[in-house]
Design a protein around this ligand. Structure first.
Ligand SMILES: Nc1ncnc2c1ncn2[C@@H]1O[C@H](COP(=O)(O)OP(=O)(O)OP(=O)(O)O)[C@@H](O)[C@H]1O
Ligand SMILES: [Mg+2]
Length: 242
């Protein structure tokens, strides 16, 4: 993958869902560019199109109109299988509904992208990374639990581990702290901020919480599928790098 300064670039993006009751304009004419090492947060009322936008960027759904470029790749031009491999290698996705596989244990869920990305990994290295991720997220002693025997916050941390284990250049997170207590939420935000500042990872994070959005560099607000506000926030970048 080429090293571009604009890893996420969407232009004139719209998504219309057709339903039996009619159609829903979930995302309308959105253009957004996210620079390498930038941490963008997305806010907006329920139903404003935040998850749809994130799923479009992740290549999990296709736009009705518009273009999505991830590291200079037009993802619409990839086949479904290519897009899945591309995502597993380069994009860590934390879903609003976790999307854990119920029959797999916590650690198997975390390992999933590595198992399907088509790359030959060093087993020992992966095991060490997995163990330190489980410890970092404080779920080491839950690693053999299946999702239905984990709390909401623990499931969320498994979903975070799964997204981060591959060291993705791009992290897309949908309400990643929604089920975490304030300590875990702060720890997660700190970790994401560090990945951004020290390793130039690119983050797009959806949140309802102002204190979470305050960790970002820029906050984009959606209303009825459109960008209605954009605020730059330099505060935390300075604090973290100080
Ligand atoms: N698969 C779908 N089929 C039809 N309509 C959908 C589908 N997914 C979402 N929508 C509709 O699209 C709009 C945007 O939904 P989306 O999930 O993107 O909102 P959101 O901002 O993430 O909301 P929340 O904060 O509640 O998670 C909503 O009106 C929703 O009902
Ligand atoms: Mg949502």
């Amino acid at each position: 993958m080429t090293d571009t300064n604009i890893p996420v670039s969407v232009s004139d993006l719209s998504k219309v869902y057709k339903t039996r009751g009619g159609s829903v304009n979930a995302v309308c004419d959105i253009s957004l560019q996210v620079k390498r090492g930038e941490f963008v947060t997305i806010m907006g009322a329920s139903g404003s199109g935040k998850s749809t936008l994130l799923h479009l960027i992740a290549g999990l759904t296709t736009p009705t109109v518009g273009k999505i470029q991830i590291n200079d790749n037009d993802i619409a031009k990839l086949s479904d299988a290519e897009r899945t491999r591309f995502r597993c290698r380069h994009i860590g996705v934390i879903f609003q509904a976790f999307n854990l596989i119920p029959t797999l244990t916590a650690e198997e869920n975390i390992l999933l992208p590595i198992l399907i990305d088509g790359t030959n990994h060093n087993r020992k290295e992966i095991r060490e990374k997995l163990d330190s991720m489980l410890r970092l997220l404080e779920i080491y002693d839950r690693r053999y639990h299946r999702p239905d025997s984990l709390s909401g916050g623990e499931q969320q941390r498994v979903a975070i581990g799964r997204a981060l284990l591959i060291d993705p250049a791009i992290i897309l997170a949908d309400e990643p702290t929604g089920n975490l207590d304030s300590t875990n939420s702060d720890n997660f935000c700190k970790l994401i901020r560090e990945l951004c500042d020290k390793e130039q990872r690119t983050i797009v994070l959806v949140t309802h919480e102002k204190n979470v959005a305050d960790w970002g560099d820029r906050c984009v607000t959606l209303k009825d599928g459109r960008i209605v506000d954009e605020q730059i926030n330099n505060k935390n970048r300075k604090e973290v790098s100080a």
